[in-house]
Design a protein around this ligand. Structure first.
Ligand code: HEC
Ligand code: HEC
Ligand code: HEC
Ligand code: HEC
Ligand code: HEC
Ligand code: HEC
Ligand code: HEC
Length: 422
């Protein structure tokens, strides 16, 4: 009883503070993204999805590898096993200034970001949804009624510590930057928006969300496929399901370009694009090639690749020429280099001019010289005590000759060979 009373007092205090903070920061956080128009009926509906757990019984191998990919992990419910940052005393705080500290706290009912002003607890928000596999970092969202808000403290993998969320102010500390349907469209498989077009912050059905870039993002909603194959176990031809292997080059590129094509301006409601569709039916796309030095948002892999000689001079290259999206292949440089050599080998005569200089070792790494890491402009996080945010490093998909990178790498190769000779 005492507990409950305490709890409700607590809730009231928090609500007062929350509404205060909301009022305070509302003007700062006007969302720019506006829905232009929504189709009269929804083309894609929640009940057409089966969820990837429904695929296990028949596609176990793919499923088991898929759950280790950045795609699957890119949004998850806030379970301990998925949150990368530490809740241990000493490691669980982000100090904004002498007055304001946010502590990451594990309590009986979950994980919380707790704002303390001069040591007094002022605002408490639960971690509800995790964004990010943490290859670069994670940011966290909390639910408030049917809305979803990004929290002020993120996890920054390069520094292995908590950091201020990208592009968040440090004064005031805000707990209410809305997560938009476009955020979710790139980081989840489906979320059902229930607020009218143009109403901000947007509202979502709490139960109708499919986390992660899951099977059905690339294969289309599959409830019908699951039902059919279950009822017809001897049928060995997959029915009611999309296989991107059968797509044209444009369709393949459009599927990946939905989320890897930079800032697209949507012209219909989110989540209506389905694998196989034409991206230009849903978005206005800026066709001017991006400046290779502007690597975002967060990484415009499609735009940069399209600007590369490699892509322009080949008639077949798509993202899946180099990426097997069912597997986590991060960091496997030699494997990726083999995929370069499927086109650049002695038979095609398109070999690297450095081959003679470097010798056999060249086969291990085409990547660092021709697709160097560059600083992100949008994934930048402020570490406590530093003046300027640190940028995450992103792999450039502008495949080209970078003399400076070559110099750096040649120096390490030469010093390596010298060491081996002694
Ligand atoms: C009851 C068994 C069963 C379940 C459950 C099932 N599938 Fe299938 N699926 C099959 C069979 C059988 C085929 C045809 C043989 C093959 O390609 O493996 C198939 C084929 C496929 C294909 C290739 C289609 C083509 O045209 O080449 C895809 C993609 C696919 N399934 C995706 C899924 C996804 C995603 C799920 C979960 C949402 C799922 N399947 C659940 C049985 C199943
Ligand atoms: C619904 C949006 C969406 C679609 C469609 C999509 N991706 Fe992604 N992809 C993402 C997001 C978001 C990430 C970042 C995940 C993370 O690290 O949290 C990502 C990460 C990746 C990565 C990095 C993997 C790693 O280990 O870090 C590769 C490679 C990739 N995607 C390739 C593709 C290819 C190829 C396609 C098309 C077949 C595709 N993606 C389609 C959203 C998408
Ligand atoms: C156009 C699609 C798109 C939109 C919109 C988008 N993201 Fe991303 N996001 C990506 C991709 C793709 C990556 C993988 C890194 C890269 O390629 O730049 C990524 C990376 C991330 C990461 C780091 C993931 C990791 O594991 O390292 C976080 C966190 C993140 N996004 C959060 C958000 C939030 C929050 C929003 C909305 C405010 C958002 N993103 C909007 C596509 C998108
Ligand atoms: C990021 C997009 C993406 C995701 C997520 C994804 N797939 Fe695929 N899948 C593809 C592409 C692309 C192909 C065609 C590959 C090719 O051309 O060889 C494919 C092919 C397939 C096939 C045909 C047979 C094969 O092995 O190539 C099956 C079956 C399949 N996927 C099932 C699944 C299941 C089940 C999941 C989730 C556990 C899943 N996929 C998740 C993109 C994806
Ligand atoms: C010519 C080969 C090639 C093609 C084509 C290609 N990629 Fe990549 N991609 C790579 C390599 C190599 C890496 C670095 C992998 C690593 O080290 O883990 C990479 C990394 C990525 C990453 C992770 C970036 C990061 O910094 O974490 C994403 C996302 C990605 N690719 C998406 C795409 C998409 C989308 C397409 C199609 C528009 C595409 N790639 C086409 C070779 C390619
Ligand atoms: C699908 C085939 C294909 C694949 C895979 C491929 N390339 Fe290429 N690449 C080409 C073609 C075609 C050209 C143009 C050759 C010419 O100049 O005639 C080219 C050109 C290049 C150039 C010259 C660029 C310039 O600006 O002069 C470099 C460097 C290069 N590729 C590196 C790579 C690397 C590194 C990879 C792997 C990450 C890769 N390529 C994968 C087909 C491919
Ligand atoms: C140490 C850095 C380095 C590595 C490793 C490297 N390259 Fe290169 N590559 C270069 C430089 C520098 C040039 C330009 C040389 C010149 O024009 O004299 C070049 C040129 C090329 C070209 C253009 C050739 C032409 O005829 O214009 C291709 C294609 C290429 N590289 C592919 C690759 C592939 C594939 C690999 C991996 C097997 C690779 N490179 C590994 C630095 C590198």
């Amino acid at each position: 009883m005492k507990e409950i009373k305490k709890y409700s007092r607590y809730i009231i205090t928090i609500s007062i503070i929350v509404s205060f903070v909301f009022l305070f920061t509302k003007c700062i956080d006007k969302e720019k993204e506006k829905t232009v128009s929504a189709p009269p009926t929804t083309k894609v509906n929640f009940d057409e999805f089966a969820g990837s757990d429904a695929c296990i019984s028949c596609h176990k191998n793919i499923y088991n590898k898929h759950i280790l990919t950045a795609h699957y992990l890119t949004t998850r419910p806030a379970l301990e096993k998925y949150i990368k940052g530490s809740f241990e005393p000493g490691k669980n705080k982000y100090v904004y200034d002498s007055n304001m500290t946010v502590m990451m706290e594990k309590r009986d009912s979950g994980f919380f970001q707790v704002g303390y002003y001069q040591g007094i607890e002022r605002i408490t928000k639960r971690f509800d949804i995790i964004f990010g596999s943490a290859s670069k970092g994670q940011t966290y969202a909390t639910r408030f009624k049917n809305r979803i808000y990004q929290l002020p403290v993120s996890y920054f993998t390069a520094a292995k510590q908590w950091a201020n969320s990208p592009q968040f102010p440090t004064h005031p500390v805000i707990f209410n930057r809305p997560i938009t349907s476009r955020c979710l469209e790139c980081h989840s498989t489906f979320a059902q928006k229930i607020s009218a077009p143009g109403v901000e912050p947007e509202e979502f059905n709490r139960d109708h969300i499919i986390y992660g870039v899951d099977c059905e993002k690339c294969h289309g909603p599959a409830a019908k496929h699951v039902a059919f194959q279950t009822q017809n176990p001897t049928d060995t031809v997959g029915k009611y399901i999309i296989n991107p292997a059968k797509f044209t080059r444009e369709q393949k590129l459009d599927l990946c370009g939905l989320c890897h094509g930079g800032r697209l301006q949507k012209t219909t409601a989110s989540f209506q694009f389905t694998a196989g569709d034409k991206l230009t039916d849903y978005f206005n796309i800026d066709q001017t090639p991006p400046n290779p030095d502007s690597i975002d948002v967060h990484g415009n892999q499609f735009g940069l690749l399209r600007a590369s000689k490699c892509f322009k001079m080949s008639t077949t290259m798509t993202c899946i020429t180099c990426h097997n999206t069912h597997e986590n292949e991060r960091g496997q440089t030699a494997l990726f280099s083999q995929r370069c050599m499927s086109c650049h080998n002695d038979q095609t005569a398109h070999t690297c001019k450095m081959t003679a200089t470097i010798g056999n070792a060249i086969k291990q790494d085409c990547i660092n010289c021709h697709m160097p890491l560059k600083s992100s402009n949008s994934i930048t996080e402020l570490i406590a005590g530093q003046k300027n945010p640190t940028a995450a490093m992103i792999r450039s998909h502008f495949i080209a000759i970078y003399p400076d990178e070559t110099k750096k790498i040649m120096t390490t190769i030469i010093s390596h060979t010298k060491k081996n000779k002694h």
